[in-house]
Design a protein around this ligand. Sequence first.
Ligand code: PGA
Length: 269
Amino acid sequence: MSGSRKIYLGTNTKMYKNIRQTVDFVTRLETLTKDIPRDGLELFVIPSYTTLAAARKSVPETDILIGAQNMCWEDQGQFTGEISPLMLEEVGVNLVMIGHSERRHVFRENDAEENRKVLAALKHGFVPLLCVGETGEEKEYGIAEEVIRTQLKVGFRGVPAEQAGKVMVAYEPVWAIGVNGKPASEDYAEKIHALIHRTLAEQFGREQGEKIPVLYGGSVNDGNAEKLIVMPHIDGLFIGRSAWDADHFNSIIRKVMPLFFQKSGTEGD
Ligand code: PGA
């Protein structure tokens, strides 16, 4: 979605932060960012399940979207340990992350399952945030592009073009995520983002495909956020560790926003 007028910035707090810590975090983030017009910024936080209801109640959804880290594709049934879309609806969740690399690689989820979740999320009115990305080994074999195209083609299978405007994509190379991750260079990230945009245009048609924001994630920090956000095909940043302190996240937001709008040739207000 190069040239887009809206920047997408969000964080997944993984299996960190209890209810009190999550509420403190979103409340502080809301206070710090209150002055930023939301027509130019989509800000979201994806905390753990047990904190969702409290997080949703503590800040208005016009300021911060709250997302779940995963979801079952069925509404109810014999699925011990799973969380249904109806349960997420009940707590007022806006967005559902699907196929985070830890879900795919630690918990062995596959593309067909991610697809069922994407379709269920859309059916229930959530924004599905589909995460894609190759492992270090796949990159070495030279099949990163094939892997990512497969994740997109299977993940979004059956999504009608008119619903494309409701989905989001995060490109998170597995080798770049977490404490042992090595951030992707801005040139590498740009190359893959361009491929993702091309694939989405192929899947949904140019006009609808262009509406899908593609965020970069994987060891985004103070030092690389600015270099990444100026790349033409990067529509936002999906940040882990460097965003878990609200003041630090706010300072990244303030740094990247003007650069993003310079790139888009718009003011953002
Ligand atoms: P990180 O996490 O920024 O801590 O590498 C990114 C993610 O897993 O979404």
